[in-house]
Design a protein around this ligand. Structure first.
Ligand code: ZN
Length: 293
């Protein structure tokens, strides 16, 4: 009888300590196919397409995109390390280790796992970790910024910032872009609510938009003052941002699609972008989301 009570007490003490000292060690899901590193900041980062593992026990996907986003896992870890270096604290990081030919976490479960039971389980774990990250961070800070990190290799070399608006939407008249109807279709609706006197178009491509700030640090981006309407093809954001970003829950965010040439192609370039992005976020997030980073 004594042992179970002692066990319960010790668990309780451990849990109590955990509140004061966030666990920063990685947590892994089934067979270590998903990695979650809990953090302490109002910033959550996910890397769905940088996985390298192709276990035989998980069936190959037979339709949809099966190519990985090269070096995005490394880029995500560099961004996390740079956040730690610049702020002294850690962001929350969620990584899929399965190659995209086995699982695409940025699709609904049917296309993502294509019926493979293990892949379905990993998909659930991946999204549960993101949910846990944004909820925990939201409870701690009130508001959270979420970034889903990808890589593209489009002809026009630029970082694509996906706020869930299509290129054709961004080509609409400014008055329409600034309308309540338009704003609620985007992933930074919360920033608009927090800054009601700022036109939504300014948040998307004004002089203090994320695109503008990245361009000031040497990385061409769209939408931005230089390129308000992205040339096609352009990735506007996908399943993950759509699922996890929610203004009513105080979450804002976007999909960042990093170009390969001059950004993902060498460790030096990835490091330069990680530094530029974190410098940018340390201005952007306090200014628009009104939480410190
Ligand atoms: Zn991707």
């Amino acid at each position: 009888m004594i042992r179970p009570c002692l066990f319960v007490s010790l668990s309780f003490i451990a849990a109590a300590f955990a509140v004061d000292e966030p666990a920063l060690k990685p947590v892994f899901g089934t067979q270590r196919y998903v990695e979650y590193i809990p953090g302490e900041l109002p910033l959550v980062l996910s890397a769905p397409h940088g996985g390298l593992l192709k276990p035989k026990s998980v069936a190959d996907r037979t339709y949809g995109v099966v190519d990985s986003d090269a070096n995005t896992q490394d880029l995500a870890r560099r961004i996390a390390a740079e956040v730690k270096k610049q702020t002294g604290k850690s962001l929350d990081l969620v990584i899929s280790h399965l190659h995209r030919s086995k699982l695409d976490p940025n699709r609904e479960i049917k296309e993502a796992a294509q019926g493979d039971k293990t892949a379905e389980k990993i998909w659930q774990e991946y999204h549960s970790y993101i949910e846990q990250a944004v909820k925990t961070s939201g409870a701690r800070h009130g508001r959270v910024f979420f970034i889903d990190l990808h890589g593209q290799n489009h002809k026009d070399i630029r970082v694509e910032l996906g706020y869930m608006h299509r290129a054709t939407d961004l080509a609409k008249p400014i008055a329409e872009i600034n309308s309540a109807e338009f704003i609620k279709t985007g992933s930074i609706e919360l920033l608009s609510q927090l800054n009601p006197t700022v036109p939504y178009a300014d948040l998307l491509f004004g002089p203090e938009s994320l695109g503008a700030m990245l361009e000031q640090r040497g990385f061409q981006a769209t939408p931005s003052p230089r390129m308000v309407v992205p040339t096609e093809p352009y990735f506007r954001g996908g399943y993950t941002v759509d699922r996890h970003v929610n203004a009513s829950a105080n979450f804002a965010g976007l999909q960042i699609e990093a170009n390969r040439i001059r950004l993902r192609d060498s460790p030096e370039n990835r490091q330069k972008f990680a530094e530029a992005l974190v410098q940018t976020l340390r201005i952007y997030i306090p200014k628009w989301l009104k939480v410190e980073l």
